[in-house]
Design a protein around this ligand. Structure first.
Ligand code: TYM
Length: 335
């Protein structure tokens, strides 16, 4: 990391399914915009992904593909630390320690835990339950100031702050208390097929989400098929989740205000609007796909990035972890 005066960002995406337009608008796009003003660590959080069963070969391949998608979106490998979470063992170590400062009651209130239990009733493992502790460790290891995430992660960020404050309350100022960063529009992009639930990368219905690597024809088709009502009025209104979602997507990508969009499409119908949304999304994602295709076969370059990233992240993480060990009362390591 180049500048010590800059504040620190940590964020990550789980390597499951594919990176969606929701992940892009809610998180990745903001990482790209914030990277010049902060020292950033962006991780592919593979440890988190195994709370749900993964195919080993596919997971390994997907982890690398996700890292390349970070680059393709415009994350600069020179300026930021990019790494696989499992390459920095301090995450798992701090997670254990923090789990001893986290209450069962707090964890059982997490809505994502309840949702996942409902979805994976045959595999309600302990990792699913302690997942927020690992996420807290991710963030707190780097003395993170800011965590750019979508609104679905707010509860997890809140518990990370609570754990940090509890630990600091016992041992003094060990951890920085992180703040969240969620975009004004686009903090929660909804499914194109069921606009009352969030766009999810593990949605079995592929028409519900757009992958950032989808080709233009597919994007146009998915947006044209997006579920709306039959009102034909392009305005943000309660109860009109489908069109509200498309307006949010359009606003996030074009950076136009909601009021300007409502004026621009006043008197026009859903057909025209969907066409404009589709064009905006296609043009936003076109260069990402092109850069991805350029980079994905450059094995040495990718390896160099995640090797250097792990090295740099470990260096920072071990500083915080040593401090934690000392505060708790573990004997200093003499190796
Ligand atoms: P994950 O992998 O589910 O999602 C990655 C990022 O995308 C955001 N996001 C969305 N934003 C808007 N609309 C949506 N439909 C949408 N779906 C997902 C998420 O909020 C997230 O920012 N637990 C995290 C990963 C994680 C993490 C961390 C994040 C692990 N450790 C530390 C930040 C800091 C997760 O499962 O995100």
């Amino acid at each position: 990391m180049e500048n010590n005066a800059k504040k620190i960002i940590f964020s990550g995406i789980q390597p499951t399914g594919c990176i969606t337009l929701g992940n892009y608008i809610g998180a990745l796009k903001n990482w790209v915009e914030l990277q010049n003003d902060y020292n950033c660590l962006f991780s592919v959080v593979d440890l988190h992904s195994i709370t749900v069963r993964q195919d080993s070969a596919l997971l390994r391949k997907r982890c690398k593909e996700f890292l390349v998608q970070y680059l393709a979106c415009g994350i600069d490998a020179e300026k930021n630390i990019l790494f696989f979470q499992s390459h920095v063992p301090q995450h798992a170590e701090l997670s254990w320690i923090l789990s001893c400062y986290t209450y069962m009651g707090e964890l059982s209130r997490m809505t994502q835990y309840k949702d996942k239990c409902a979805k994976h009733a045959d595999n309600i493992n302990a990792g699913l339950f302690t997942y927020p502790v690992l996420m807290a460790a991710d963030i707190l290891l780097y003395q993170t100031d800011l965590v750019p995430v979508g609104s679905d992660q707010k509860q997890h960020l809140e518990i990370a702050r609570d754990i940090a404050m509890r630990f600091n309350g016992i041992y003094g100022e060990v951890f920085k208390i992180p703040e969240g960063f969620t975009p004004k529009e686009g903090a929660r992009i909804m499914s194109l097929q069921d606009p009352t639930s969030k766009m999810s990368k593990s949605d079995p219905n592929e028409n519900g989400f757009i992958s950032i690597l989808d080709n233009p024809d597919v994007i146009v088709r998915k947006i044209k098929r997006a579920v709306t009502d039959s009102d034909n009025v392009i305005k943000i209104r309660e109860g009109h989740d489908g069109i509200n979602n498309l307006i949010n997507i359009y606003a996030s990508i074009t950076k136009k205000s909601i009021a300007d969009i409502e004026n621009e499409f006043d008197g026009k119908g859903y057909g025209d609007f969907k066409q404009s949304v589709a064009e905006a999304v296609v043009e936003e994602l076109r260069p990402i796909r092109a850069r991805y295709d350029d980079l994905i076969n450059n094995k040495d370059y990718i390896e160099e990035i995640y090797k250097n990233g792990a090295y740099a992240a470990q260096k920072l993480a071990s500083r915080t972890l040593s401090k934690v060990h000392r505060k708790i009362g573990f004997v200093d390591r003499k190796y």
